[in-house]
Every structure is written in C-alpha cells, then in structure tokens.
Write a protein that binds this ligand. Structure first.
Ligand code: HEC
Ligand code: HEC
Ligand code: HEC
Ligand code: HEC
Ligand code: HEC
Ligand code: HEC
Ligand code: HEC
Ligand code: HEC
Length: 410
C-alpha cells in the first residue's frame, strides 16, 4: 500500500513536471506568435488539442526560437500525427487519398504544365492532389503541402466537427470531372440535409457513405475511371479493352503496357472480383441502414448498367478516332507513345480528340457518377445527352477529315 502511494506521488510529480514543461514551451512560441501570427495562435487555442497540452512545438519542433530562424521550424507530415493518432494515419494510408499525388503526377501531360498548376504554387492539380503523399525526393523539394491530414480538418483548429460536415469535401470534389458536391447537394439526400441541417440524421452525407464509422481509408468499388477487371460480359469487355487502349494501359494487341504498373501503384482500378465486391458490400450495408437491402442493391446495379451503356457510346467514338490514325488521316505527335491518348487530357492536338477528351473526363464521368449519387439531371442532361451529341460530332468530323485528306491527295 505504502509502496503504491510512493509510486503514485512519483507519477503525479512526473505528470506535473511534463505539464509545466509543456506550458513553458507553449508560452515561448505563443508569446511571440501572438504578435507574429495572432490568427494561428487563436485557432490553435480554440482547438481541442491545445486544451490537452499539445503545443506548437509538438508539430513544428523547438529548434526555431528567434525572429530570424523560422526556417528551422519543421513542417508536419502524417508521421507527425501518427505518434498520437496511429489509427487514423494507418486507415488513411490504406485508402485512395494517400495515393492522390502518385496518380496525378504520373499523367503524361503533367510535365507540360507550368509550375503554378502542378508545383508548389498549389494553384491547379497539385492543390487538390497534395492530399496524397509525395515521393521522398519531392517531399524535400516542397517546404509546404506535405501535411495531407489538414485537407478536411484544417489548421490550426483541426476540428472534428468541420471534417464531419460534407462541405469539407466540396473544394476538391466539385466541378468539371467529379461534381460529387453538386450532384449530392441537389439530390434528395443533399436536399434533406440542407433543409433539416447538420443535426438531422435522416439523410446521408459524403461521410456516411464513404467514411463509415470514421474510417479514414476511402475507396469505392468502381473508382474514378470505372474500369474494373476481370469482366464476364464479353460485349462490355470488348468496349472496356478499347477504352483501356485509348488510355495506353493496353497496347493495340491488347497486351498490358508499363502504364498498368501505375494503375496498380495508384490502385486506380479494382483488379480482382474480391476487391470490387468488398467495397460494394460495404456500400449496400450503409444504404440498408435506411432503405431495404434489395432496393439498395437494385439502385447500385442500375448504376453499373449505366456504365455499360455509356462505355458502348464512348468505345464507338474512340474507334472512330483510332481509325483516323490507322488510315494516316491523323499523325501521332513525335513525343507521344500512344495515339489517341486520353491521358494527354487537353493537350490533344486535334479538335476531334478534344471532343474525345470531353467525353472521357466530363460527360462519361457525370453519367455514372450522377447515377451513383441519385442525381437524374447530372446523369442525363450533363452526362448521357452530351455523350450522344458528341459521338455524332465526332462521326461528322471524321467524315470531314477523311474528305479533306482525299482532296489534298488529288
Ligand atoms: C521571437 C519570436 C518567435 C518565437 C519565440 C517563435 N517564433 Fe515562430 N516565427 C517567428 C517569425 C518572425 C516567423 C516568420 C513569419 C513569416 O513567415 O514572416 C515564424 C515562423 C514560424 C513558422 C512558419 C515557418 C515557415 O517556414 O513558414 C512556424 C511553423 C513557427 N514559426 C513555429 C514556431 C514554434 C513551434 C515556436 C516555438 C518552439 C516558435 N515558432 C517560436 C517568430 C517566432
Ligand atoms: C497538430 C499539429 C500542429 C500544431 C499543434 C501547430 N501547427 Fe502549425 N502547422 C501545422 C500544419 C499541418 C501546417 C501546414 C504545413 C504545410 O503546409 O505543409 C502548419 C503550418 C504552420 C505555419 C505556416 C503556414 C501558415 O499558414 O502560415 C505557421 C506559421 C504555423 N504552422 C505556426 C504554428 C504556431 C505558431 C503554432 C502554435 C500556436 C502551431 N503552428 C501549431 C500543424 C500544426
Ligand atoms: C502530441 C500528440 C498529438 C499530436 C502530435 C497530434 N495530435 Fe491531434 N490530438 C491530440 C489530443 C490529445 C487530442 C484530443 C483528444 C480528445 O480530447 O479526444 C487530439 C485531437 C485531434 C483531433 C480531433 C479534434 C476535435 O475537434 O475533436 C484532430 C482532428 C486531430 N487531433 C488531428 C491531428 C493532426 C492532423 C495532427 C498532425 C498534423 C495531430 N492531430 C497531431 C494529440 C496530438
Ligand atoms: C484536398 C482535396 C480533397 C478533399 C478535401 C477531399 N478529397 Fe476525396 N479525393 C481527392 C483526390 C485527389 C482523390 C483521388 C485520389 C487518387 O488519386 O487516388 C480523392 C478520392 C476520393 C475517393 C475515392 C474514389 C475512388 O477512386 O474510389 C473518395 C470516396 C473520396 N475522395 C471521398 C472524399 C470525402 C468523403 C471527402 C470529405 C470528407 C473528401 N474526399 C475530401 C481529393 C480530396
Ligand atoms: C478541384 C480539385 C482537383 C484538381 C484541380 C485536379 N484534381 Fe484530379 N482528382 C480530384 C478528385 C477529387 C479526384 C477523385 C475523383 C473521383 O474519384 O471521382 C481526382 C482524380 C484524379 C485521378 C484519378 C486517380 C485515381 O486513382 O482514380 C487522376 C489521374 C487525376 N485526378 C489527375 C489530375 C491532374 C493531372 C490534374 C491537373 C490537370 C488534376 N487531377 C486536377 C481533384 C482534383
Ligand atoms: C477526407 C477527409 C479527412 C482527412 C483527409 C482526414 N480526416 Fe480525420 N476525420 C475526418 C472525419 C470525417 C472525422 C470524423 C469521424 C467520425 O465521425 O468519427 C475525422 C476525425 C478525426 C479525428 C478524431 C477522431 C475521434 O474519434 O475523435 C482524428 C484524431 C483525425 N481525424 C485525425 C486525422 C489524421 C491524423 C489525418 C491524416 C492522416 C486525417 N485525420 C485526415 C475526415 C478526414
Ligand atoms: C448515399 C450514399 C452516398 C453519398 C451520400 C455520397 N456518395 Fe459518393 N458514391 C456513392 C456510391 C454508391 C458510389 C459508387 C460506388 C461504386 O463504385 O460502386 C460513389 C462514388 C463516389 C466516388 C467515386 C467516383 C464516382 O463518383 O462514382 C467519389 C469520389 C465519391 N463518391 C465522393 C462523394 C462525395 C464527395 C460526396 C458528398 C458530396 C458523396 N460521394 C456522397 C454513394 C454516396
Ligand atoms: C441515413 C439514411 C439514408 C442512407 C444511408 C441512404 N439513404 Fe437514400 N434516402 C434517404 C431518405 C430519407 C430519402 C428520401 C425519402 C425516400 O425516398 O426514401 C432517400 C432517397 C433516396 C433515393 C431517391 C428515391 C426517390 O424515390 O426519389 C434513392 C434512389 C436513394 N435514396 C438511394 C440510396 C442508396 C443507393 C443508398 C446507399 C448508397 C442510400 N440511399 C443511402 C435516406 C438514406
């Protein structure tokens, strides 16, 4: 008993010491930063972490102490958080967000963009994709933007409540090729959420479906490109092979290219039936908390069929353009490995391929993403309808290009 008391006193003394030490460090950074960056200090003090003794130095180290040595301050990465939040960091690393940089910087058009778009200016691709981890070399080249975790609960308050709000996702999940924000917020789900407010639990938010039980490892069955392998449906497989060829993942003969390694490294597609089904089951499970399981299953299967239908339209358009290359009407640019190459995005060198790019990144995306987010207008008028319209444009343009080529020969 006596022994226990001594240990207890010892522990209390230790605790007191470490707390007073933390308080000391706190005042050192905070005293000065109250003048230098008062906003940062205010947010830090508002957040939960400061109330539990977390100090500026817990994330930035304590080497920098003076007005003129700020470069000694360390910038955090998820490893910094992992010391205290291992669970969230491990989950995050198993999901797609962690791979956001790898996937985007592997695009062949990346190298052709100015630094403001793809570099540390964080004005374009890099601004959203910095949610992913950079390579070890890039990490040392970039002073800022390696934190990743501040994407949903922003610094320096790092609020859980902010991250739980679907608006935390909208900056990135909006617009041209992934308007999940617009689709969800105008669907019945989002409408109910807007009417009844964040406290209402009737309607699902992004987090309800994609971060179940607060799990930080986001991943869907189909993914961004909606290209799964293997495929049992022969007709659909045939269309998918055409699309994979236009992506340069399969060559003309249908054999995998080096780009398949990027697909694997970035988990861009589900490559086994088990991987697909695992994510699908998780999703049906969440729908079933409010709807009947058969209703939910039917809804998602209707989404799958939308992909099949839209792939037919897309593959038809691709074949028209492939034919122009085969017959020498279009010439492969010298520095391209594949043509047509959908991964060149808006760097495409002819207007017919610019149309193909719109089908790929804007209309096809909206068709199936709209179907999965219960948004009939996006699925139809922003997706399916322009798919059909653009296919006709591509066919007409091909006839014109062929006629020009023939008359040039005569
Ligand atoms: C004597 C004043 C002073 C003290 C003490 C101080 N800082 Fe600073 N700190 C500054 C100034 C000045 C800057 C530069 C602000 C700017 O970018 O213009 C700065 C910048 C920073 C930056 C940003 C660095 C960058 O490259 O953008 C971090 C992070 C930082 N301080 C953290 C800390 C931490 C942690 C402590 C305590 C261990 C601390 N500071 C103590 C004055 C101070
Ligand atoms: C829980 C971790 C954490 C704590 C605690 C923390 N910071 Fe930061 N801080 C970050 C992250 C994350 C970034 C963003 C780094 C990046 O862009 O790579 C950052 C960036 C900064 C920057 C540069 C960016 C900007 O907005 O100016 C300054 C200055 C800064 N912190 C000061 C402080 C000060 C002062 C404190 C204490 C009052 C503090 N930080 C406490 C995590 C933290
Ligand atoms: C020294 C340990 C430590 C470090 C390092 C740390 N945290 Fe925390 N964090 C805590 C503690 C303690 C809490 C409060 C837990 C509680 O009260 O439930 C907390 C809470 C949080 C919360 C929940 C806040 C809320 O509103 O409920 C978030 C989000 C968070 N931390 C993010 C981060 C991120 C991101 C980093 C890295 C940039 C980080 N933390 C680094 C200790 C730490
Ligand atoms: C800073 C930008 C950013 C924010 C904020 C953000 N995301 Fe993402 N998200 C991305 C990027 C970039 C990707 C693609 C990652 C990749 O390349 O694999 C992605 C991918 C995803 C995926 C995986 C899709 C697939 O391929 O299977 C889901 C699901 C997702 N995000 C949900 C969310 C949710 C929910 C939120 C809000 C709680 C959110 N995201 C906030 C940028 C962001
Ligand atoms: C507004 C934020 C934003 C910008 C800007 C942005 N992206 Fe993305 N990107 C995302 C989000 C969010 C996703 C995931 C969308 C989804 O799964 O529906 C994504 C997905 C991707 C993917 C697919 C990753 C995968 O594994 O499925 C690639 C590749 C990509 N983006 C490359 C780029 C490139 C290259 C640029 C610049 C030309 C760019 N992105 C600009 C937010 C952005
Ligand atoms: C895509 C958005 C997003 C990103 C990125 C993100 N978080 Fe979170 N975080 C959330 C959401 C949503 C919650 C609330 C989960 C819940 O409802 O339980 C949360 C909650 C937390 C909590 C509080 C957990 C609790 O139960 O109180 C911590 C700690 C945390 N996150 C740490 C991190 C760390 C560390 C990272 C980087 C590896 C990170 N988060 C990146 C969305 C995000
Ligand atoms: C009712 C559940 C639900 C809600 C709410 C929801 N999603 Fe989804 N989301 C889905 C389903 C279902 C899929 C397709 C899953 C599959 O591949 O089988 C999906 C797919 C995605 C994808 C992959 C590309 C795509 O669109 O098909 C991203 C990224 C995504 N959702 C982000 C978000 C964001 C951000 C929000 C909030 C603005 C949101 N989702 C709201 C159910 C939901
Ligand atoms: C938190 C509860 C909740 C979750 C989870 C949820 N929903 Fe809903 N959903 C609703 C409510 C409430 C409505 C509006 C009333 C109704 O139609 O049942 C609705 C409406 C819908 C509608 C429109 C119905 C119509 O007749 O216009 C569809 C489709 C739908 N949900 C599908 C899904 C799918 C698929 C999932 C899973 C990916 C899902 N929901 C997850 C609550 C939920």
């Amino acid at each position: 008993m006596k022994y226990l008391k001594i240990v207890l006193v010892f522990v209390i003394v230790l605790l007191f010491n470490s707390l007073s030490f933390a308080a000391g460090a706190k005042s050192m950074c905070i005293d000065c930063h109250n003048k230098v960056t008062p906003g940062v200090v205010k947010q830090h003090l508002e957040g939960k972490m400061s109330k539990k003794g977390v100090d500026c130095s817990s994330c930035h180290g304590s080497e920098h102490k003076k007005m003129d040595d700020a470069k000694l301050a360390k910038m955090p990465t998820p490893e910094t958080c992992a010391g205290c939040h291992k669970k969230q960091v491990d989950q995050f690393k198993s999901g797609k967000h962690h791979l956001g940089w790898i996937a985007s910087s592997a695009m062949p058009m990346w190298a052709h963009q100015p630094k403001a778009v793809v570099g540390e200016g964080y004005k374009g691709c890099s601004s959203c994709h910095k949610i992913g981890v950079k390579s070890d070399v890039e990490k040392t080249m970039y002073r800022y933007g390696n934190a990743q975790c501040d994407s949903c609960h922003t610094r320096h308050s790092f609020k859980k409540s902010e991250a739980q709000d679907p608006r935390a996702c909208q900056t990135c999940h909006m617009g041209f090729d992934h308007p999940q924000w617009e689709m969800w917020s105008t669907s019945k789900h989002g409408t109910i959420w807007q009417i009844e407010g964040a406290k209402g639990k009737r309607a699902p938010t992004c987090q309800t479906c994609h971060m179940q039980d607060g799990n930080h490892g986001v991943m869907t069955a189909w993914g961004f490109l909606a290209l799964r392998l293997p495929e049992d449906d022969k007709d659909w497989l045939n269309d998918r092979v055409t699309i994979l060829q236009a992506l340069g993942v399969l060559d003309e003969k249908g054999n995998p290219t080096a780009r398949l390694d990027v697909v694997k490294a970035g988990k861009v597609a589900r490559l086994t039936k088990e991987d697909f089904q695992k994510e699908r089951d998780k999703m049906i499970n969440v729908c079933s908390k409010c709807h009947g399981a058969s209703y939910a299953k039917k809804q998602l299967e209707a989404g799958d069929m939308v992909i099949k239908d839209v792939d037919k339209v897309f593959a038809t358009a691709i074949r028209v353009v492939q034919g122009l290359y085969r017959d020498g009407v279009l010439q492969k640019p010298a520095d391209w490995t594949f043509a047509p190459d959908l991964l060149q995005f808006y760097e495409a060198k002819s207007s017919i391929e610019q149309d193909l790019y719109l089908m790929f990144l804007e209309y096809r995306m909206r068709t199936f993403q709209g179907a999965f987010h219960m948004n009939p207008d996006y699925m139809h008028w922003y997706g399916w309808a322009p798919m059909k319209e653009t296919l006709q444009k591509i066919k007409d343009e091909a006839v014109k290009l062929r006629a020009e080529k023939t008359s040039a020969k005569q």
